[in-house]
Design a protein around this ligand. Structure first.
Ligand SMILES: NC(=O)C1=CN([C@@H]2O[C@H](COP(=O)(O)OP(=O)(O)OC[C@H]3O[C@@H](n4cnc5c(N)ncnc54)[C@H](OP(=O)(O)O)[C@@H]3O)[C@@H](O)[C@H]2O)C=CC1
Ligand SMILES: CC(C)(CO)C(=O)C(=O)O
Length: 315
């Protein structure tokens, strides 16, 4: 029987963590054929020394895939592609993938964001795309080495609403074989939006003020800003028929209170470290875009978006 060909594109925090788990289990079972795709220095490092994951979960911290490619157009006949890149690389990756996937290839974006599925669909209209959200704290320590801290990472994966009956049994087997913590649901949109309420509102407000998750919960002005952003999101989810709990805003603050007070968000760190690229568009772009489509005003999110873009910091 032909082995299923699994491809992981992007060996950063997320692709490096989940890709490592899938690949290391496969080094023993040899049940699948696994290709990693990485570019530049990451490609060179992983080709030479394997992918390294620093995590209490894996005493043996090195893994070598069957194949490592530097270019997406060298991928051959993939059955499943994990896309684990930052949002600003998503469209570029999808355009390159289109000519290399076959009609049965399934795509799983290992990314958070409310509009990831729709953005992939725009470029790759006919394939099964399983909407997913990710819980993990992992980052690139150096090229080819990923560090994971805290709880085990988890993925929540859903069926594609446009390809509801696509065979996913073998994908569930893959996660089980790899000992990845995951939930598979018929509909993952509630999970994706619940996560998005948190990361978008707290990401934007912490980025605007360069504050912390704790400050957004305790400072009246910042709490109000996060609340107003979430109210705009709630109008969108209501109109889209995504059944979030009625007290999603209170629940989001409750969740935030479980983090250490000084915890920054990744958007805040990226914006204030002056990095050339950040995921501002992922958080603040999706809300006005859906608002426009659904005839819902989103002035608050747009204002905060502009303030961050303009480098306005209000302490
Ligand atoms: N890290 C975390 O703890 C969490 C992250 N997320 C989300 O997951 C997504 C991925 O984030 P994360 O893994 O941290 O991002 P990283 O920046 O750590 O990793 C992305 C990787 O993708 C690579 N890449 C981009 N384009 C290509 C390409 N064409 N070919 C090969 N490799 C490519 C980048 O390469 P290069 O280094 O060359 O740029 C980089 O190594 C984001 O949406 C993020 O918000 C969600 C939950 C937690
Ligand atoms: C909000 C937080 C810190 C929760 O883990 C996060 O995921 C992020 O900033 O991207």
């Amino acid at each position: 029987m032909n082995k299923k060909h699994i491809v992981v594109i992007g060996l950063g925090g997320v692709g490096g963590y989940f890709g490592f788990k899938i690949n290391q289990a496969n080094e023993t079972s040899e049940k699948y054929r696994i290709t990693f795709v990485a570019r530049g220095e990451t490609y060179e490092k992983v080709k030479k020394d394997g992918l390294v994951l620093l995590s209490p979960e894996h005493p043996n911290n090195q893994t070598y895939p069957n194949v490592i490619e530097e270019h997406i157009n060298d991928i051959k006949n993939p059955d499943l592609v994990f896309i684990a890149v930052k949002e600003y690389d998503l469209e570029n990756v999808c355009k390159q993938l289109l000519p290399v996937i076959n009609k049965n290839t399934v795509l799983i974006p290992m990314m958070n964001g409310a509009d990831i599925y729709d953005r992939i669909r725009k470029i790759i209209p006919d394939h099964a795309v399983l909407p997913t959200c990710i819980y993990v704290a992992s980052h690139i320590k150096e090229r080819g080495t990923v560090e994971h801290k805290g709880k085990a990472g988890k993925m929540i994966i859903g069926r594609d609403p446009q390809h509801f009956f696509t065979d996913v049994k073998w994908i569930i087997d893959l996660f089980e074989d790899s000992k990845v913590d995951f939930d598979f649901k018929d509909d993952s949109l509630v999970d994706i939006w619940t996560k998005f309420f948190f990361i978008a509102s707290f990401g934007l407000v912490t980025a605007k003020h360069n504050s912390s998750i704790g400050t957004v919960c305790s400072d009246a002005e910042q709490k109000n800003e996060a609340t107003e952003i979430m109210k705009e999101m709630k109008q969108i989810t209501d109109q889209k028929g995504i059944e979030l709990s009625e007290d999603i805003i209170e629940k989001t603050f409750e969740k935030a209170l479980t983090f250490p007070f000084e915890t920054p968000t990744s958007l805040q760190l990226d914006v204030h470290s002056g990095k050339k690229e950040n995921e501002l568009e992922l958080f603040a772009g999706a809300i006005p875009k859906y608002g426009k489509e659904l005839n819902i005003e989103t002035p608050f999110t747009q204002k905060v978006f502009q303030e961050i873009k303009g480098g306005l910091q209000v302490y």
